[in-house]
Ligand binder design. Sequence first.
Ligand code: PEP
Ligand code: MN
Length: 566
Amino acid sequence: MEIPKVAIQGEEGSYSEEAGILYWGKSVEFIPKKSFEEVVGSVQSNETNYGLLPLENTLIGSIAPTYDLLLESNLPITGEVITTISHCLLARKKGPIDSIRRVYSHPAALSQCTIFLQNMKNCEIIPNYDTAGSAMKVSREKDPTIAAIASSLAAQIYNLEIIAEKLEDYPNNQTRFIIVSKSPEGRHYKHSKTSIVFTTLHQPGALYRVLKVFNDYGINLTKLESRPHKTEPWRSYFYLDFEGHTSEKLIQECMEELREQTNFLKILGSYPVWTGKRRLESPEEEVYEEDRSHLPLYSRERKKESTIITLKRDGMEPVVIGGGEFTIIAGPCSVEGRKQLFKTANIIKRSGVKILRGGAFKPRTSPYSFQGLGEDGLRLMREARENYSLYIISEVVSPADVQLVAEYVDILQVGARNMQNFTLLNEIGKYEKPVLLKRGMSATLKEFLLSAEYILKHGNSRVILCERGIRTFETITRNTLDLSAVPLLKEDTHLPVFVDPSHGTGSRKLVLPMSKAAMAAGADGVIVEVHFQPDSALSDGNQSLDPDMYQHFITELKALEQKLST
Ligand code: PEP
Ligand code: MN
């Protein structure tokens, strides 16, 4: 691997190099540059991978040219490092301080040592481009009356004597350096900081409103600096640092609001806060798993991997839902009696389908329509489950019945009419049973997902979403099957997505074409109504497949699945 190159301002032994060693260790090559502009230019021209620039010092405040360069250069900030700086007076030979006639150093270093320099009588103070560069000059000129203010590292490198030390006006003199690079820091560290620059609207209270946004979002500011707007006299650029990373939703929302309160806003970079520890050889170790706790549980942003639901039972092969295979659930709309259920279950079993549907508690539009057999219906479903070795699904309509239904079935069903029965959803959330949640007939996809969230929130993570048609002005079909919901949901959520073409269309002839379309659209499966004798069905006969149609349906779907997989 090629060793990364870092452009620093100053010669070998400069404080920038010290900061760089603190940040990277010896794993990089430092390329000395005469000026901050050259550091930036070197990164921009790809001569180096990183540039290191001092940004602020605890004694003298901001290093103004760095701020201006940040705005002009378009190089993102990718890191920071803080070093404690202690200045030494270096000369060729040990001797009395008052024999020194000229002192060279970088202006920033000179201005951190004002008290010491005031006491240097008969001595000329000469600003130079660099501290280490000044040490190099003293070393080369062989004049015992000249000295440099630089680091003890520079004394070693240039073979000079330290004739005075701790020259800074106050102890604990620290400089914060930033690292710039052509590509932003991709990783998100636990303790991150973001730097921005903005100009305010030219209105009373403009800066107050900007700062208020941070207050409203509870974001901690760590630095505010203003610099003159060079082309608009008496206007300012404000540079602001705050805690947080732009990949966090909170920070993104805050930035959006900030745009409304500013004329100009530029994000200079999000980067790890300096913790005093050197960056590890493999910085991944420090990488923070992004905090996703504010995102909805259903969302793919929160959980990338698709949810896979496995049905298991002793002596039976497991059934995997959402694992890439297309799952078919089939059976009558309602459980009407033993003969009807068993004859239909037999057809289902022979077709190779593993999950039998059958409603025992029926949410009917009219109170005079057949309401289902209740617990008797569940008992029959249970018998069919044992006799035909099938998994079963049945609807629960009331929070009080959840426990009862859950004792009988392998999957609980929540019907369209109950999609927003939040008490029911809350109750179901407390169980471990998989749930097939149907979309309400006038529910938006967002509302649908939020209903799933009710269940997930309580800890039941095994939710299957089912598109079953929505109400539109169309009257030929019972509902309008919204197949666009399938790819949209698959994008937004990790939950498996099913389609119910029986209720979605209300017409048995549409069940096969719509199931094919659902498969092609990426659904994880379908739930369809089948009756051994649809004309005699107590509910939804029109949309139930008869045995022949069902056979054809299975053959066609298997063929399509094969085709789509090749
Ligand atoms: C059902 O599947 O039997 C049913 C009543 O469906 P939906 O809730 O979609 O109307
Ligand atoms: Mn039905």
